[in-house]
Design a protein. Structure first.
Ligand SMILES: NC(=O)c1ccc[n+]([C@@H]2O[C@H](COP(=O)([O-])OP(=O)(O)OC[C@H]3O[C@@H](n4cnc5c(N)ncnc54)[C@H](OP(=O)(O)O)[C@@H]3O)[C@@H](O)[C@H]2O)c1
Length: 330
């Protein structure tokens, strides 16, 4: 089968590799579409824990089950599915257990014509989604669902600031915030992306790459009950200023690295909660899928590439030129 392969750090190739066979408890899916996440870039550039090469990357996929291994209900065959990439979460809702791992390293992922996954990771493809939209949903949708509902516990009418709205995860946060009746605000590096977010329902936006943006934005629209951030870095200080007293800051990424310092006094004086989150449990995934189906939410697909141009897909993500998910058609 044809697959994208990370041969080593910064070495992406398109190869012919053996088609996987299902082990006991697994199925093989003939993939129709896959999607990229920032995680794939971290792995390719060598900035990820437990690197393993060669590996087929890709945590997101949608397709048709074509083979089942021993112990798997054969009625899965021919069903249209998506895959929960948060594997071996464990037994508790509070957090994942140490054996937790993510599809697309160490296990081979979805940027291939076929993928083998545990049957327990399968979920029916929401019927209102195209293959491209379905592939865009799992990792970012799951992460956003847990950030918005399980960690932030965002309520109707609360003001929520979502940073870096071009990100696949951030756009799901926006869609979920709107679904619950919250009042969303966004930031971006791009005026065009702010315009697009506004059309989707964001109340106002700010360009985070303009110095002093936070002061002006805070004066006009703050303070914010909830802030959802995956950039981190020096900008975290601005977010502490923008948070309301008693506010909740949910973080699930560090695209800009670690903050140089954290103003401890602001954290305790404003009674802030800083809440880390990572992907989600199987019940979070089921609830996310139900919400997307019940509200007929369509993931925002930025661009679709053929597998032959998977390098082009990675290039868009590396430049941050996307608005939503980058999808690869298989
Ligand atoms: N812990 C988890 O479970 C988990 C799950 C998913 C993602 N993540 C992490 O979350 C981050 C986003 O992932 P993704 O796949 O959604 O990323 P993505 O689609 O590649 O988007 C990255 C976005 O980061 C935004 N950004 C860059 N610098 C920023 C800054 N200084 N302030 C605010 N935003 C900034 C940009 O937004 P604009 O284009 O609008 O400027 C860019 O589009 C990554 O670091 C990823 O590793 C973690």
């Amino acid at each position: 089968m044809k697959a994208a392969v990370f041969q080593a750090q910064n070495a992406l190739t398109l190869d012919d590799v053996p088609k996987p066979s299902p082990r006991p408890g697994e199925v093989v899916i003939r993939l129709q579409a896959a999607a990229l996440n920032h995680r794939d870039l971290w792995i390719l550039s060598g900035h990820y824990a437990g690197l393993k090469f060669p590996v087929i990357p890709g945590s997101d996929g949608a397709g048709i089950v074509c083979e089942v291994g021993a112990g798997v209900d054969p009625s899965w065959i021919d069903r249209e599915v998506i895959v929960n990439p948060a594997l071996d979460w464990g037994h508790h809702e509070r957090a994942q257990e140490p054996r937790f791992n993510i599809l697309g390293m160490p296990r081979d992922g979805t940027l291939a014509e076929y993928v083998a996954v545990p049957a327990s990771a399968l979920a029916p493809k929401p019927a209102h989604l195209t293959w491209e939209e379905a592939a865009a949903l799992p990792l970012a949708g799951l992460t956003a669902y847990r950030a918005v509902f399980v960690r932030a516990r965002l309520q109707a009418h609360e003001k929520v600031l979502i940073t870096g709205i071009g990100a696949g995860t951030a756009l799901f946060c926006l869609q979920f915030a709107l679904a619950v009746g919250a009042v969303p605000f966004v930031t971006s590096s791009s005026p065009q992306k702010l315009d697009k977010a506004h059309l989707l329902g964001a109340r106002h936006g700010a360009l985070y790459n303009v110095s002093s943006w936070a002061k002006e934005f805070g004066e006009h629209y703050g303070p914010f009950d909830v802030i959802i951030d995956s950039a981190g870095g020096p900008g975290l200080g601005d977010l502490l200023d923008l948070a309301a007293n008693g506010g909740r800051l949910v973080v699930f990424g560090a695209t800009r690295g670690n903050p140089h310092e954290v103003a401890m006094r602001k954290v305790f004086w404003k009674q802030l909660s800083i809440l880390g989150t990572t992907m989600g449990s199987p019940s979070d995934f089921a609830a996310m899928s139900e919400l997307v189906t019940a509200r007929a939410i369509h993931p925002i697909v930025s661009q679709v590439f053929p597998l032959d141009d998977v390098a082009g897909a990675f290039d868009v993500l590396a430049r941050g030129a996307q608005f939503g998910k980058i999808v690869v058609r298989l």
